[in-house]
Design a protein around this ligand. Structure first.
Ligand SMILES: Nc1ncnc2c1ncn2[C@@H]1O[C@H](COP(=O)(O)OP(=O)(O)OP(=O)(O)O)[C@@H](O)[C@H]1O
Ligand SMILES: [Mg+2]
Length: 227
């Protein structure tokens, strides 16, 4: 589809255990248009994080494929897939995955510096502007492990936004935030979709995203609930 940003076609993921394969995702097909906001819900253990990992190129599915901006993600070789992901996909991990030996500001800038030809000064100055919007300015030189869970979560969100992805995958992006900070994050994500046509895949138990979602997927034991 011309307007498709990301989708899956008959995706399966089997986890290999010693003596058997455990189905984690089965027969998943969906499509999200450019600028769409897709909200993924489901009970703990239903496969939400596994699905986001497959869709964003981090985990190879056992069968089926993922389409990203017209490319068949898992038909590309590893180098081509890495470049496509580097240039298009931002990811907010459920467990943040900040680098402990780097300052907060360096963590936020790293993916943008790897991706773009922007000058280092410009990247750092853009990062500082974003940090002030989410109340993180005073933490620029701290190490991530000194921050609260909510602060680390906001840092990981800024890291993903700064690199200006065309697809942003967010795994429980408000899981550690209070209502007011969650509203700030929601507003920021909504603006990315409205103004810059960034496509969002959001895994969340938080009802806060219900009113901005353009489509909803419900996972039940690794399958899409048709209701
Ligand atoms: N490599 C693996 N081997 C065996 N089981 C796995 C493997 N990876 C994931 N699982 C299982 O797959 C299921 C789905 O895990 P996943 O992390 O995707 O769930 P989730 O919906 O994100 O849960 P939560 O809401 O708690 O974050 C879980 O039962 C998990 O134990
Ligand atoms: Mg999860």
């Amino acid at each position: 589809m011309a307007n498709s940003m990301v989708g899956a076609n008959n995706l399966h993921y089997l986890a290999k255990n010693r003596d058997c394969n455990v189905p984690i995702l089965s027969n998943i097909s969906f499509d999200v248009p450019k600028g769409g906001i897709c909200l993924i819900k489901g009970a703990s253990g239903s496969g939400k994080s596994t699905l986001l990992s497959c869709v964003s190129g981090l985990l190879k599915p056992s069968s089926g494929d993922v389409y990203l901006n017209g490319e068949s993600l898992y038909k590309l070789n590893d180098k081509e897939r890495s470049v496509l992901i580097r240039d298009n996909v931002g990811f907010v991990f459920q467990d943040f995955k900040l680098i402990p030996s780097m300052s907060v500001l360096d963590n936020i800038c790293l993916p943008s510096l790897i991706k773009s030809n922007l000058k280092k000064d410009e990247t750092y100055s853009n990062a500082e502007k974003l940090m002030s919007k989410l109340g993180l300015s005073t933490l620029a030189n701290a190490r991530p492990q000194m921050l609260s869970g909510g602060e680390q979560q906001r840092v990981s969100i800024l890291r993903s936004i700064l690199k200006e992805p065309t697809l942003l995958c967010c795994d429980e992006p408000t899981g550690n935030l209070d209502v007011s900070k969650s509203e700030d994050v929601k507003e920021m994500l909504h603006r990315l979709s409205n103004q810059f046509q960034v496509t969002l895949l959001i895994v969340s138990h938080d009802n806060i995203f219900n009113d901005i979602a353009s489509q909803k997927l419900n996972l039940v034991d690794g399958r899409l609930d048709p209701s």
